[in-house]
Design a protein around this ligand. Structure first.
Ligand code: FAD
Length: 288
């Protein structure tokens, strides 16, 4: 299968992010979306991982299935907080044995209520420590997370950018949290360049087809939710077709501006659905 870093070196990439469904119905919908999206010729897809390992087997099985059955590689997300080194090595060895060649190495979040996580939390605190373990365990291409509007746990901008530049320098590429203002992405790329880091960072774009959950995630991730978009969506509350139209229009414009600004590709938060992605991709040219 393919190392995503090689694909990025060849030109613009298109990727989709999915989460592992917990019901049979959800799984059926996801496979329908995967089938539909295949026509868009994605460079890769990625599958999220429940913090502390709550979707460990679901993520693993889905990634391996997609990677084996589809024409594009599937990359698992993997978080290290709450896991022991031995648990992570076992999972990475399973991925390696299954032919998986790409890993998104993440810290994850400590439990919000302060309760103890499973495993020995002392083993890992930061994504950079997981990158080292991934490299030691197999010949994987390694992706990491980036936050254009700063990570919520960062004490200040300079510290955030220094840790991000160090982490990206150890990795093969980055993928951002969703954001709405292209200027935030451009500023982050410029700040990384000033620190001597030119590792490609794919912008993550979220079509806001579910305004309530998008606003909740934005608040959790320290991402600004634009007032104007909020007002437009609020004005059509309950009208899912109109909300879809706005989501597609706004995300399409953002993708066009990002590509104009030199982004190395587009990573769409597809939310296990295909309609918004298909409509957005009909408007943008990734063959340049
Ligand atoms: P890190 O890079 O470790 O950074 C976390 C904080 O620590 C930052 O403030 C950073 O500046 C600071 N830091 C880093 N290194 C050091 C150091 N050496 N000393 C002091 N401070 C340091 N979460 C999930 O649970 N499952 C998922 O599947 C998932 N997928 C994601 C996909 C993407 C594309 C993104 C952007 C995020 C995803 N997340 C996921 C969320 C992510 O796990 C959380 O945001 C987490 O809080 C930070 O992860 P990180 O890998 O960026 O951490």
């Amino acid at each position: 299968m393919t190392r995503i870093s090689d694909t990025l070196a060849e030109g613009l990439t298109l990727s989709f992010e999915f989460f592992p469904p917990k019901t049979d119905e959800g799984l059926k919908n996801l496979h329908a979306a995967l089938h539909e999206l295949e026509a868009l010729d994605p460079s890769f897809v990625s599958v999220t991982y429940g913090a502390g390992g709550t979707t460990r087997d679901l993520t693993h099985d889905l990634v391996v299935q997609i990677d084996q059955e589809r024409a594009y590689p599937a990359m698992p997300h993997l978080t290290c907080i709450g896991h022991t080194r031995a648990e992570l090595v076992e999972l990475l060895e399973d991925y390696r044995a299954a032919g998986i060649q790409n890993i998104l190495a993440l810290a994850g979040d400590p439990p919000a209520d302060g309760s103890p996580t499973t495993g020995d939390t002392g083993d890992f605190s930061y994504a950079s420590q997981l990158i080292q373990l991934v490299r030691e365990t197999g010949d994987f291409a390694v992706a990491v997370a980036a936050f254009p509007e700063l990570h919520p746990r960062s004490p200040d901008r300079a510290t955030d950018r220094r840790h991000l530049a160090d982490k990206l320098t150890m990795a093969d590429f980055g993928i951002t949290q969703f954001f709405f203002d292209v200027a935030d992405y451009v500023r982050m790329i410029d700040e990384l360049a000033e620190l001597g880091c030119d590792t490609p960072v794919l912008p993550g774009v979220l079509p806001v087809i579910n305004p309530a959950s998008a606003k909740r995630f934005a608040a959790m991730n320290g991402a600004r939710f634009p007032d104007e978009l909020d007002a437009r969506l609020a004005a059509c509350e309950g009208d899912d077709d109109r909300i879809m139209d706005i989501a597609v229009e706004v995300a399409t414009q953002q993708c066009l501006e990002l590509l104009d600004a030199g982004a190395p590709g587009i990573h769409l938060y597809a939310l296990n659905r295909s309609e918004a992605a298909k409509r957005i991709l009909a408007e943008i040219d990734l063959t340049a």
